[in-house]
Write a protein of this length. Structure first.
Length: 263
């Protein structure tokens, strides 16, 4: 019953924000809905973290977020956005010369959106569903680092933290410390964490309000992925992420209200 009431209140918040095209603040929202300010703030913050609301940095007023707009569109949106991103994935794979993957967080599952295998004889193939191994993959770390704290806690409770190699970071404290490092530096790396002899690097693909829409990464045999190769790969991946972000949020499939003001 409590969960149903929370969902009901969350929908009330969305409907109220939708009725205020110029935005509405937390206090006004709480007063309009007859809720206490703390509960209103917490629910609005959760909806913001999931992309259903956005908050103006200067006025602190809430507006509908891009996720509401996306859900209102047709079912081909994901396929169209994937197709739009592919030129950047191809360019990155060609420049790096290794396997490149675009991954996304979908309903608390981390899945491959696009994957280009290296043409080299010795290459790396990532699993289709990265959810169970996200904590020891570069793209997975980037996406886990984007999660709200409570969502991350729930995610980590639902998977077995297996020590795949001697270098796997598999305890909760160490995983949280690693994800904090990823948030701070803006990229993730792995070396022999999921499979011995395999290294990887990944960067976020941000949405207009700087949440994580996806992550793009590369993986390669560790013997080919030294510091120089990693530095070059991260530079290429950042360029690709910027290109993907721009093409996604100027894509004609997205409604005008969901698009950022690009500089």
């Amino acid at each position: 019953m409590q969960r149903v009431q929370s969902i009901d209140k969350g929908l009330d918040i969305l409907e109220s924000v939708a009725s205020h095209p110029r935005g509405i603040g937390t206090r006004a929202l709480a007063k309009e809905l007859g809720m206490n300010i703390t509960s209103t703030h917490n629910m609005a913050a959760t909806l913001k973290a999931r992309g259903y609301l956005r908050q103006d940095a200067s006025t602190k007023q809430f507006h509908l977020g891009w996720q509401v707009m996306v859900l209102a569109r047709n079912g081909n949106l994901n396929a169209e956005l994937t197709q739009a991103a592919m030129p950047f994935v191809h360019q990155a794979a060609e420049a790096i010369g290794e396997s490149v993957m675009l991954a996304a967080l979908v309903d608390r599952r981390i899945v491959r959106v696009a994957n280009l295998a290296s043409p080299k004889a010795l290459s790396v193939q990532d699993p289709e569903d990265l959810s169970s191994v996200a904590y020891c993959t570069a793209t997975g770390k980037v996406l886990l680092a984007s999660m709200a704290s409570h969502a991350l806690d729930d995610f980590l409770k639902d998977i077995a933290l297996v020590k795949y190699t001697p270098d796997t970071i598999h305890t909760l404290d160490r995983i949280r410390a690693e994800l904090e490092k990823v948030r701070h530096q803006g990229y993730a790396t792995t070396c022999d964490e999921l499979s011995e002899g395999v290294s990887a690097a990944a960067v976020p693909v941000p949405d207009p309000w700087q949440h994580m829409a996806a992550a793009i990464g590369t993986s390669a045999p560790s013997l080919r992925f030294d510091r120089t190769a990693r530095t070059k790969a991260l530079s290429v991946l950042r360029d690709a992420a910027a290109g993907i972000s721009r093409i996604w949020w100027t894509h004609p499939t997205l409604p005008k209200e969901a698009k950022p003001e690009l500089k």
